[in-house]
Design a protein around this ligand. Sequence first.
Ligand SMILES: Cc1cc2nc3c(=O)[nH]c(=O)nc-3n(C[C@H](O)[C@H](O)[C@H](O)COP(=O)(O)OP(=O)(O)OC[C@H]3O[C@@H](n4cnc5c(N)ncnc54)[C@H](O)[C@@H]3O)c2cc1C
Length: 400
Amino acid sequence: MAGSIRILDNKCVGCTLCVKACPFGAIVVENKLARIDYAKCTLCGACFDACKFDAIELKKDIAATRDLSAYRDVWVFAEQSNGKIQSVTYELLGEGRKLADSLGMNLCAVLLGSGITEKAQDLVVRGAQKVYLVDKPELAYFQDEPYAAVVIDLVNRHKPNILLCGATTIGRSLISRVAVSINAGLTADCTGLAIDPETKNLLQTRPAFGGNIMATIISPNNRPQMSTVRHKVMKEAVVDASRKGEVLLQDIAAELLKSRTKRIKFEAEAETTVNIAEADIIVSGGRGMMKSENFAILKELAGVLGAGVGASRAAVDSNWIAYSHQVGQTGKTVCPKIYFACGISGQIQHLAGISASDIIVAINKDPEAPIFKVATYGIVGDLFKIVPMLTEEFRKLLKK
Ligand SMILES: Cc1cc2nc3c(=O)[nH]c(=O)nc-3n(C[C@H](O)[C@H](O)[C@H](O)COP(=O)(O)OP(=O)(O)OC[C@H]3O[C@@H](n4cnc5c(N)ncnc54)[C@H](O)[C@@H]3O)c2cc1C
């Protein structure tokens, strides 16, 4: 953030209130006068708010000069892969509709790709009143530089109030670049969004401190207010074929489409199983699986049920299964109809990823394991006996 800050020596009494308030350790008191270390100061304003003697002068240039009322509408970045709109986009449109209605603003989508024009209609029937469309061969697949440059250009031209993006690999990479370039605040991995009825600021809620508390974050000084939202946390907007919306094809300067990187080839993950982020049933294994080979019994059960295979971080860190299967705070958030947790203790970081499951079945030999506190059904016993028994029973039942 541009701006300036200084201590007014004639007013400073050396009380140290500012020292205590500064979260960055950027202030010391020397000879009864506060001194700012400008290398550490971020102009956050905490010291300014804490000073009781009006001894700090703070000028935030952007806040002062930017007319926030010029920023209208709620935007959703429509993520697509190989021309297919990703379902997280529909979840964002569902949530974005509520925010737009609270603000009396339009819900809009931003769609980038190549040969993608007809897909704009998929966004309209999910509630987008306007679709900002950029259809260029250079945007056929995601690349950081051109995608970010185009989104920045559109934001500068059309000034959205809110910009939402999926907390996916692409979304996280794209939107942090955009936020830095336009000096906007960004809250990552939100699990809840709402509008403050008084200030009209976006209230962005996300787990903090290892999932032990929920923090609600605001970006009051800049626009757009930007959030990434985890997949499967919000409900998808329903399709209504009668909805009408404008598709606005955007002109983009050629230099914005340049990239210093190029994709040489795309290699799908070698092991092809059901994508756990989309799966209705997930069979997950933890440290109790003991070794990589033992995941075979989970894969067999998953095969019978048409389920995806998930894992705790302990199993992933042990190299028993690829990271794409990890469920939890630093893995995927899932919301299946049934979640089988086999040999998983149920630490808070794992539970953060499964709390939206309809039914949780826990199999654990320790009756005191925390997973049983959240499980719908708990089976105390050795998973190496129980899982094959379940597989056989389901096989018989599903054959009927
Ligand atoms: C910042 C941070 C982020 C994290 N993110 C994640 C995350 O995204 N996902 C995640 O999972 N973790 C995450 N963790 C790690 C988390 O704290 C736990 O360490 C991890 O979830 C433990 O995995 P586990 O339950 O498989 O292993 P353990 O806690 O070791 O549990 C193993 C369980 O298996 C049971 N067991 C053993 N043998 C058998 C058997 N034969 N039959 C039945 N039960 C058996 C045991 O009784 C035990 O309950 C994170 C941690 C931190 C600090």
